[in-house]
Design a protein around this ligand. Structure first.
Ligand code: 6U4
Ligand code: NA
Ligand code: NA
Length: 170
């Protein structure tokens, strides 16, 4: 089969809010996503995840590994092996970078009771402006359940098939 390339994707949750970035350039521009990118030589995925979060969102967070997504694109030689991380606290102020514009989104009320006047005005998670498979695994991440899965895309960002499942531990 194809070879794999390591990537990271990091999500920060604070209470009832999820931090996403609007990607301004590159592959996936125009979509909301977590913060991440390629794992560089000599780096562990955890180190890369923390570095990318700092570079793209301007914050530091105690990221924990929560899931793994194999992203397959028709006509692309390598498979993206994306290590997905989550943190429930962070240090710093989310700041726009060349690549990403950060913003907070409301998590559904079954996660934790909303704080009136603080969480109430936030937009819902913009699944229609995210990679099409994210809606199947982001709920696992929000619940703190480890997951693994695969999504296959045609050129033109059309998802052909996917599977996701939760796993007992990461
Ligand atoms: P750097 O190192 O920052 O330049 P970059 O191309 O920005 O890397 P990124 O995060 O866009 O990396 O991820 C590379 C590829 O992995 C994306 O182009 C598509 C895929 N991917 C990333 N996040 C995904 C997500 N949430 N859902 C999905 N595919 C994703 O299905
Ligand atoms: Na990136
Ligand atoms: Na990057």
């Amino acid at each position: 089969f194809k070879h794999t390339r390591l990537y990271t994707n990091a999500f920060v949750i604070e209470g009832n809010k999820l931090l996403l970035g609007f990607k301004k350039r590159g592959f996936g521009a125009g979509l909301y996503n977590g913060f991440g990118g390629k794992v560089e030589p000599g780096e562990t995925p955890a180190q890369a995840a923390r570095r990318e979060l700092q570079e793209e969102a301007g914050i530091d967070a105690p990221l924990e590994y929560i899931g793994r997504l194999f992203f397959v694109v028709t006509g692309v030689e390598s498979v993206f092996d994306i290590r997905i991380y989550v943190a429930r606290e962070y240090v710093g102020v989310p700041t726009e970078s060349d690549e990403m514009r950060p913003g907070w989104f409301a998590l559904s009320e079954d996660i934790a009771p909303p704080v009136p006047g603080v969480d109430g005005d936030l937009p819902d998670i913009p699944y229609d402006q995210m990679w099409a498979d994210d809606i199947y695994w982001l709920p696992h991440l929000v619940r703190g359940e480890c997951f693994v899965g695969r999504a296959d895309f045609d050129e033109g960002n059309v998802m052909r098939r996917y599977w996701f499942g939760s796993v007992p531990h990461c």
